[in-house]
Design a protein around this ligand. Structure first.
Ligand code: HEM
Length: 307
């Protein structure tokens, strides 16, 4: 009997295929990672935007940095390891939690999960093709957002500590007065972004990012500013391929300080699934179909990782 798999499962299948997997016990995407710990301290301005406990109280956080793709040993400076990821878990005193799951580029190649599957399938098909234009060339020719994403310079950062990250999908924020705003997260290193030169990127060790972080943290903590870019009336809220102008208001939510590598990080990351829809009161999802598809895809990958 023929059954069509849900698009979320097809996405995980294609990500797995593209990575040369399955790779037992690893994520189907953002497989290579490192886990650290720190603390989030709110800024006074956060309360203007949201009553969410994660942004109005100080809490311990667990942070997983990652390279893109499902390849567990991808070289950190490889173009395919772009975008980098950051997953931040706020561990609240009542055992509840919330996650921010962001990437190192402000945008996404596709507006819907079906379109993203089309892109991944076009990449998968074009490996074996000899006639031009290939499936991926045709796909990119008719999908400008995907073309923009794949041609974005893939600058390898000096460190995960010198990389900015973006939420890409919009969320709806409610403050204590009941006022609502839509916004997108920004996570910016306090000491600015720093990238490798092309020469340094070519010479970089396959694990230079994963090796650098413990060394850096021995010399002390580092921090990011977490803020939210606020949509104006009329801005597109449900399409992650459409960035908003840089002139939009940006409100600071607080400071993320990273203090140490997590001791049991390797087993922790296997047992944990971060999700952009792990939320607390004061933050709701937008109706962006990419955002709404993510937990389903992540759960498929998580379930396979536990087998
Ligand atoms: C439909 C679109 C997307 C699909 C199908 C997808 C797929 C996946 C999958 C399967 C995983 C592994 C999850 C796990 O096993 O725990 C993952 C992880 C991740 N994704 Fe996505 N993703 C999508 C969109 C996005 C977007 C828009 C962002 C950022 C704005 C993002 C950032 C990340 C990050 C940072 C991780 C690693 C999380 C961790 O460290 O556990 N993804 N993605």
């Amino acid at each position: 009997e023929e059954t069509t798999k849900p698009v979320t499962e097809q996405l995980v299948d294609t990500l797995t295929q593209l990575s040369g997997g399955p790779h037992a016990k690893f994520r189907a995407n953002h497989a290579k990672g490192i886990v650290a710990e720190g603390v989030f301290t709110p800024a006074a301005s956060a309360a203007e935007i949201t009553k969410a406990s994660i942004f109005t109280t100080s809490n311990p956080v667990t942070v997983r940095y990652s390279d893109a793709t499902g390849v567990p040993n991808i070289p950190d400076a490889d173009g395919n390891a772009f975008p980098k990821g950051i997953a931040i878990r706020f561990n609240l005193p009542d055992q509840s939690l919330a996650d921010l799951v962001c990437i190192s580029v402000n945008g996404f190649p596709s507006a819907t999960p079906e379109d993203f599957l089309g892109l991944l399938n076009a990449v998968a098909a074009s490996g074996k093709e000899t006639t031009k234009p290939t499936t991926i060339e045709k796909y990119l020719g008719s999908h400008p957002a995907a073309l923009k994403f794949v041609t974005t310079p893939k600058l390898p950062p000096e460190s995960f500590a010198t990389q900015a990250f973006f939420g890409v999908n919009a969320f709806k924020f409610t403050n204590a007065k009941g006022e609502t705003h839509y916004g997108r997260y920004r996570i910016e290193p306090m000491n600015g972004q720093k990238f490798l030169s092309p020469e340094a990127a070519k010479a970089a060790d396959a694990n230079y990012l994963m090796n650098e972080l413990p060394v850096r943290l021995k010399n002390g903590p580092y921090s990011y500013k977490i803020s939210v870019q606020i949509a104006d009336a009329g801005d597109t809220l449900n399409d992650a391929t459409v960035t908003w102008p840089d002139t939009r208001r940006v409100v600071e939510l607080g400071t993320l300080q990273i203090k140490n590598i997590k001791a049991d990080g390797a087993s922790y990351e296997r047992q944990v699934m971060f999700s952009p829809l792990n939320l607390v009161d004061g933050i709701e999802p937008s109706d962006d179909p990419i955002l709404l598809a993510r937990p389903g895809a992540y759960a498929v990958s998580f379930g396979r990782r536990l087998q």
